[in-house]
Design a protein around this ligand. Structure first.
Ligand SMILES: Cc1cc2ncn([C@H]3O[C@H](COP(=O)(O)O)[C@@H](O)[C@H]3O)c2cc1C
Ligand SMILES: O=C(O)c1cccnc1
Length: 352
């Protein structure tokens, strides 16, 4: 199946401004004091415009795709955990026993996990999980490119094709999640590349590293940025030099969702770093994204600010997997409910 091409750099139109205006008008007319619904009202207007209808329809089909892969840097002292955890967690998602699995079950979110670059062959794991594998462990970005140019293209295309599959199957809202020990290192590098910042400002504690490991991680991120040099000015080159198969695929998925006009709820650092990169590839894509939560990673906050997104939740989460996005789902459903089901003030008053 050929599918659509990878993002071409063409601008993405935003959700319909006329629908947004009609949704805002309905919000203003609800039987509540003006502005009393706060950000719930803003989210309702955004979702209504993204759906192209007022009021918005209930969210009954929400889908999370978890992009899994290993990272060469994980063998260079940047994480608190060993790379073998990645494959073990993929099996745990399949078994429905991960942190995000519990949240997704609670909130009726469908979960799909995809191996783009896990180091293990994942024998015994269902074939559809492995069907889009691009390579084993992506390159250690401080020493070599994460991907070849061909692998970058294949990963972007794989992510786009997965978005197409989920949208064609009926997804009303897409979420992106991640699994890959060491992945906060390339994600921080992606944010630094997009924002022109030094490693010391973007590097966080990931799984909970100590000061010595953090210093080492800053060195690795800075060496990767120095190695990439001016290539970081171009988003596809940035992905080749500094990302991984899983992060490039998540970027393709997010860009394609925006191009198809399907709203997205973002998660933590990896999700938001890929959203920032998707918005570089497909300018305007960010208008289709809402931020599920603020993670503890500094690069995630920096990227959200650049994208102009205010997170729904701020719970101190630093899990990834899509957990912060899934935790925010009830808030989005609440936003739909108020704009749909609250009476209009004009209808309560005796007509004169
Ligand atoms: C058991 C376990 C489950 C996880 N689920 C998500 N992550 C998260 O932590 C990792 C990123 O942090 P760092 O860059 O410091 O390695 C990723 O796998 C991310 O998905 C996990 C990490 C662990 C250990
Ligand atoms: O921001 C995240 O999602 C995150 C932070 C630390 C570790 N894993 C994920």
């Amino acid at each position: 199946m050929a599918g659509r091409p990878s993002p071409t750099g063409s601008p993405v139109p935003p959700p319909d401004p006329a629908v947004a205006a009609a949704a805002a008008e309905r919000l203003a007319g609800l039987a509540t004091p003006t502005g009393a619904l706060g950000r719930l009202g803003d989210l309702a207007v955004w979702l209504s415009a993204a759906q192209g209808q007022v009021p918005p329809i209930p969210l009954t089909d929400i889908r999370l795709v978890i992009f899994a892969g290993d990272h060469g840097v994980a063998r260079h002292g940047v994480s608190a955990y060993p790379p073998e955890i990645t494959a073990a967690m993929v099996r745990t998602f399949v078994a429905g026993k991960a942190g995000v699995s519990a949240l997704a079950a609670a909130h009726d979110v469908r979960v799909r996990v995809l191996d783009l670059g896990v180091d293990d062959d994942l024998a015994g794991v269902p074939a559809d999980v492995r069907a889009r594998k691009v390579r084993r462990s992506s390159g250690a970005i401080h020493l070599e490119d994460a991907l070849s140019p061909d692998e970058t293209r294949r990963a972007l295309d794989a992510g786009g094709a997965v978005a197409d599959e989920e949208i064609d199957a009926g997804a009303q809202l897409l979420l992106s999640g991640d699994m890959g020990i060491g992945n906060t290192t390339p994600a921080a590098a992606l944010v630094a590349a997009a924002l022109g910042l030094p490693a010391s400002e973007v590097t966080g504690r990931g799984t909970g590293i100590d000061d010595a490991t953090w210093n080492r991680k800053v060195e690795v991120v800075q060496a990767a940025l120095d190695r990439a040099g001016d290539r970081a000015l171009d988003p596809v080159e940035t992905l080749t030099a500094l990302s991984s198969a899983d992060l490039a695929a998540a970027t393709g998925y997010l860009a394609r969702a925006a191009e198809r006009g399907v709203p997205v709820l973002l998660d933590g650092l990896m999700s938001v770093a890929c959203a920032l990169t998707a918005d570089r590839l497909a300018p305007g894509a960010a208008a289709w994204f809402a931020a599920g939560h603020r993670s503890t990673e500094p690069a995630q906050t920096l990227a959200l600010a650049k994208l102009g997104l205010e997170p729904v939740l701020d719970l101190g989460l630093r899990l990834g997997e899509g957990s912060g996005a899934v935790a925010a789902v009830p808030v989005l459903r609440s936003a739909v409910a108020v704009l749909r089901d609250v009476a209009l003030l004009a209808d309560l008053l005796p007509s004169r």
